[in-house]
Design a binder for this molecule. Structure first.
Ligand code: 8X3
Length: 260
């Protein structure tokens, strides 16, 4: 028997958080190309508006909605604008610090990372779950990280937040089984984007550049967006629980092949 086909993406809504740059922006472009009406959210209004215009100019449907995922009242107001949503990509988040041992790291960094990565994902997921269910075939994507599966020195706050995000995805999948919503987790390793490492190192360009030094081909935002789009566009009964994606030059978070 042929597998059941997913409902057509045409006129279905895909909400992408953190859509102002990097993986979020690339995912918005690719989901729009796959036929979704993409809703771009991020704090930086100018960025998402420009991206929405770019996507529209390419003949696709896109709107921009400035949003701070940690602001629950704003998230609830955002969610109230929709009757149904087909896809939610929880991409907003990021790291602060990579050489801060647990014994000396700033609790404020830990709090901010927990808020953006974990509570941001929780806020959007809670607010949109009824709309995803109402679509008859919803998908929640959690963009976690390989940092959600193993610890490394100096990254404790980020590692802890990403472990929590992974557990959120696992728990949600258990709790909503039987309802028409898939829970997909994409866990990228080393991805070279314009901002991830720069933000992590507080704007220090030299430190940010060292992350990728000698690595022939780190993943790009498009590589990760490709895996998200692939997972989302599988037939409705196929749930890609977890997809770990690293560059070939990276065997683990701490084992990276560098040339030169
Ligand atoms: C990014 C991957 O190795 O910097 O989420 O933790 S890593």
């Amino acid at each position: 028997m042929a597998p059941a086909a997913a409902p057509s993406a045409a006129s279905r809504i895909a909400v992408v958080t953190g859509a102002s740059s990097g993986i979020g922006a690339a995912t918005a472009r690719q989901l729009a190309g796959a036929g979704y009406r993409v809703v771009l959210t991020a704090r930086r209004k100018d960025r998402i508006e420009a991206l929405a215009e770019e996507i529209q100019a390419a003949g696709h449907k896109a709107t921009a909605y400035p949003l701070d995922v940690t602001d629950r009242a704003a998230v609830d107001e955002f969610a109230s604008a929709f009757k149904t949503v087909g896809v939610l990509v929880n991409n907003a988040g990021g790291a602060l610090g990579a050489d801060d041992p647990v014994a000396a790291s700033d609790p404020e960094d830990w709090r901010r990372m927990y808020e953006t990565n974990v509570l941001g994902t929780l806020n959007l997921t809670q607010a949109l779950l009824p709309k995803l269910e109402a679509s008859g075939d919803g998908t929640v994507v959690v963009v976690s990280s390989t940092a959600g599966f193993a610890a490394y020195e100096g990254g404790g706050g980020y590692v802890a937040a990403k472990h929590a995000e992974h557990v959120l995805a696992e728990t949600l999948r258990l709790e909503i089984v039987g309802r028409p919503v898939r829970v997909v987790e994409i866990a990228p390793g080393m991805v070279k984007t314009d901002e991830f490492a720069l933000t992590r190192f507080g704007g220090d360009e030299d430190k940010a550049a060292k992350v990728y030094q000698g690595v022939a081909e780190p993943l790009t935002a498009d590589d990760v967006a490709d895996t998200i789009t692939w997972a989302v566009t599988r037939p409705a009964h196929v749930n890609i629980d977890l997809l770990v994606v690293r560059p070939r030059a990276q065997a683990s978070n701490t084992k990276v092949h560098r040339e030169g």
